[in-house]
Design a protein around this ligand. Structure first.
Ligand SMILES: [Cu+2]
Length: 152
């Protein structure tokens, strides 16, 4: 079971390499990359981060998110308001043509509530993003240590 999930994840890692070269505009696709979440000690909540590049010729917007490992998934935006950090639920997140929208710590994230188990480093689990035009796209989340992805 775990091997099957990992195989799917490997496919996902390979796909973006075939779609390299956004400059050429050869790929008219939504490119979702760098999908990760920090490990958690509890099952209360987790935040998922990723990048979305809109290589299509239509304005996109994420209207919904879900994951089989969470009771609830929502689009959240962390921001500082009057010196206090707060999280606001977003009904949708626009992804303009040619733009890359980054979900990253301190900003946009997918908030998962009520996990079926704590996230352990090395886990891989699916999250589905619903786009206004492209429909549902499922990506696989790579669970990292507390310091996030090691890119160096
Ligand atoms: Cu949140």
């Amino acid at each position: 079971m775990k091997a099957a999930v990992f195989a799917l994840f490997s496919m996902l890692v390979i796909m973006p390499t075939t779609a390299k070269g956004h400059d050429t505009n050869a790929d008219h696709t939504l490119d979702i990359s760098d999908v990760w979440a920090r490990k958690t000690r509890r099952t209360t909540s987790a935040a998922v981060y990723l990048k979305i590049h809109n290589g299509t010729e239509t304005v996109e917007s994420i209207t919904d998110v879900s994951s089989p490992i969470a009771n609830m998934a929502t689009l959240h935006l962390s921001q500082e308001v009057d010196g206090v950090m707060r999280m606001d639920m977003q009904d949708s997140v626009p992804v303009p043509v040619g733009a890359t929208v980054a979900f990253e710590p301190g900003g946009l994230h997918i908030m998962l509530m009520g996990l079926s188990k704590p996230l352990a480093e090395g886990d891989v689990f699916p999250v589905t993003l619903s786009f206004e035009q492209a429909g549902d796209i499922t990506v696989y989340v790579d669970v990292t240590g507390l310091s996030g992805p090691q890119t160096k």
